[in-house]
Design a binder for this molecule. Sequence first.
Ligand code: ATP
Ligand code: MG
Length: 404
Amino acid sequence: MTPKKYPLSKWNCSLTDVDPDALDAVLQLQRAGYAAYIVGGGVRDLLLGGHPKDFDISTSAKPEEIKQLFGKRCLLIGRRFRLAHLRVKNKIFEISTFRAGDTSTGALIVRDNRWGSEEEDVLRRDFTINALYLDPHTEEVIDYVGGIKDIQAKILETVGDPIARFQQDPVRMIRLIKFQARLHGFTVEPKTAKALTLCKDEILKSAPARVLEEIFKMLESKKAAPFFHLMNDLGFLKLLFPCFEHFHTTQTKQLAQNYLKALDALHKENKYVLDRSIQLAALVFPILEQEIAQLTHDRGVAPSIHEIANLSQSLLHGISSSSFSHFPKRTLALCHLALVHQFKLTPMKSAVKLHSRFTTHFDFELALDLLKLRAHVDHDLESILSVWIKEFQRRMTRVKEHDH
Ligand code: ATP
Ligand code: MG
């Protein structure tokens, strides 16, 4: 098949928008006689006028040949999907060898290490908009599958038959939902949308760790709220995380969304990504709060901190045992601490006690992040939040003075 080629200048962008170290790596591969391109999300986001966060590279060189060319800076990784990691300064570029996936049958892919041609490599990619190649030497975008047309029309469409592609690798369905949430104004092509409904249950055949990784990537993506909204509407949340049922009932749905909107807002204003335990807490805290309110209502008296700790423990236990993917122990343990600390930061019965020993706990900062999140949802908490932030800063100054 002859691909269509478009000059990069057509999109008002140039190679200066591409990471110079990624360009160097591609040109180095080309000088060594291999075919090499920038591929995937980097090209897609560049053409959409965004600032790509990473640039992946695809080449005809085999992993060992890549290693030989780049030497110590290059590490070969992965079993299911063998690829090279190239370290330049503090960045890592993924360099993958052209692969031939069998794209016509729906057999589940267990390993994907059959090398292929440039065209075959395009055909095994998930969506047309992710299957464009950028050649930095000719400054052209190479399109075998109509990805340019879909970028212009803002359409999400699988490369090849959507049912077969989802059956081969069900995680592609979560990826579709992720792009739907992330790419503003995009719609899903009707056959792809129908296949998503038909193949939904297949998600339970995928590797739980890969699903969890996509979920956490979305929790920190600043688009967690639209992502979970879609995951719920399309029935994936019920299949994968049935315990987050507050998303499903009309009365509590808005509250669950508000916590995720707060998470997105915090990630937009923060220079750092919140710990995964706090990302999990954004999903769990509203459920815990509701359980506490119910208990208080039933007994006419608020539960003690020990009772709250027990509630949190059994809630997290229920979540981890009913979910398709297992949350790491560390994430669950820190999430529990941050949840329970909330009721010391903002006690239910008594006035706040500003004992500064509490602020020296290593998990205090995590708890403070969760309180920031809560203050985004409930503005009445802003004053108590600033009291704790001041207390924390005072302690930090004291620690610094002590160190000098
Ligand atoms: P992001 O912006 O989240 O990094 P991305 O599209 O670059 O999005 P990556 O996970 O970095 O996603 O993957 C790089 C490229 O590899 C994709 O653009 C796509 O071409 C291909 N790819 C990734 N996952 C799959 C998959 N499950 N099936 C087929 N192709 C895939
Ligand atoms: Mg990427």
